[in-house]
Design a protein around this ligand. Structure first.
Ligand code: GLN
Length: 377
């Protein structure tokens, strides 16, 4: 096989969404909401598509959006970025790719925390790096400094940390964040802080960014798709000390160069309306309760979910002996519901029998998904 194919397997999100379409199944797999976006933002995007420029914007992003990102993070998280520290990208995944391409040399190591979002390891490897994996354990998924230390060598350059964490729904506590920062400072590591779920939290929850704790070494990645429930827009960004942002901006030039200006302009407007974010938060919290109650009534045992719009199910504890992959295949084919098995999120041996469901869905979608999960067991 072509070595590139092996290093870059087909993403489980693509696999499960295609299977959902093929089997006309309810798609609770790939994470995307079927409600919760601000309607006025769609009107703004339509207006701006007509009234603003549709030619290449500056590679680092529209000044208005870079300014709006700074303001938003100042108000929501007390951060003090300035626009020269922001690079707009075509989705958060591009921000992650650009950061890894810019910061890793051949043979450098990057630490990831498993279960880890499926883009990290392939991108690290194609950037010439080596992957070191630290595995969290259910049900608490706690991150311990000793485990991180054990993964670090003299070649480690970057720690990739996703918080709130996909797929577990874990939100790291203050002690864990402090341990991450102390460890990164002791070994002079960059922290690629994938914080795309920063606004997908229960109503009233406050988020602490690693950028507040270690501003000198954090590359903070954000996503308009997650903030506004518009995952197809693919508007993301990173915020980092200017010297680091400058290097990453060069990698971005050779990936996508720039990102659609109409949508950038619309996102800049949206970031000025944080009041648009409260109703979806409440809607997702209600949807989570509805999904959890339905699954429990069907005999499923759930793991805790503190953030993101994902809920994990423990198949073994639910009395199902199948592997996560076998269950996912059966559920989509026979039950009529797509879920995400967790084993593709591990480099080494995976936790057994865990699957993830997306609950950012209308009542009818949740109810159809629950009925299908009941059929799948
Ligand atoms: N972030 C989304 C999820 O976790 C998937 C994004 C994608 O399909 N690439 O489901």
């Amino acid at each position: 096989m072509n070595p590139a194919s092996e290093a870059m397997p087909v993403s489980i999100f693509e696999t499960m969404s295609l299977a959902a379409a093929e089997h006309h199944a309810v798609n609770l797999g790939q994470g995307f909401p079927d409600f919760g976006w601000p309607e006025p933002l769609l009107a703004e995007a339509a207006r701006l598509t007509r009234e603003a420029s549709n030619q290449y914007p500056p590679s680092r992003g529209l000044p208005a959006l870079r300014e709006a990102v700074c303001q938003f993070y100042n108000q929501r998280q007390g951060l003090t970025f300035n626009p020269s520290e922001i690079v707009v990208t075509s989705g958060a995944t591009e921000a992650i790719a650009a950061t890894l391409f810019a910061c890793l040399d051949t043979g450098d190591e990057a630490v990831i925390v498993a279960p880890a979002y499926d883009a990290y390891a392939p991108l690290i490897r194609r950037a010439g790096g080596r992957v070191a994996e630290v595995a969290l354990r259910p049900p608490d998924w706690r991150l311990a400094r000793e485990a991180l230390e054990a993964a670090v060598t003299a070649r480690t350059r970057v720690l990739v940390l996703n918080n709130p964490h996909n797929p577990t729904g874990r939100v790291l506590g203050a002690e864990e964040l402090a341990a991450v920062v102390a460890m990164a400072r002791a070994h002079d590591l960059l922290i690629l802080a994938d914080e795309v779920w920063e606004e997908v939290l229960p109503p009233g929850a406050r988020f602490t960014s690693l950028a507040a704790l270690a501003p000198e070494r954090v590359i903070k990645v954000g996503s308009a798709g997650k903030i506004f429930s518009l995952t197809g827009w693919k508007i993301g960004w990173l915020a980092a000390p200017q010297a680091i942002a400058d290097v990453i901006a060069r990698a971005h030039q050779y990936l996508t160069f720039a990102t659609p200006p109409n949508l950038q302009a619309a996102v800049a407007v949206g970031l000025g309306h944080p009041e648009w974010l409260a109703p979806p938060r409440e809607g997702f919290a209600r949807a989570r309760k509805r999904l959890a109650a339905g699954l429990e009534a069907a005999g499923y045992v759930l793991l805790p979910s503190e953030g993101t719009y994902f809920q994990c199910v423990d198949l073994g504890a639910s009395g199902i002996a199948l592997s996560d992959m076998a269950f996912a295949e059966l559920a989509v084919r026979e039950g009529g519901v797509a879920v995400i098995p967790l084993s593709p999120f591990y480099e080494g041996e995976a936790e057994r029998g865990l699957v993830r469901l997306c609950f950012a869905k209308r009542d009818a979608t949740i109810d159809a998904g629950v009925a299908a999960m009941a059929r799948a067991r």
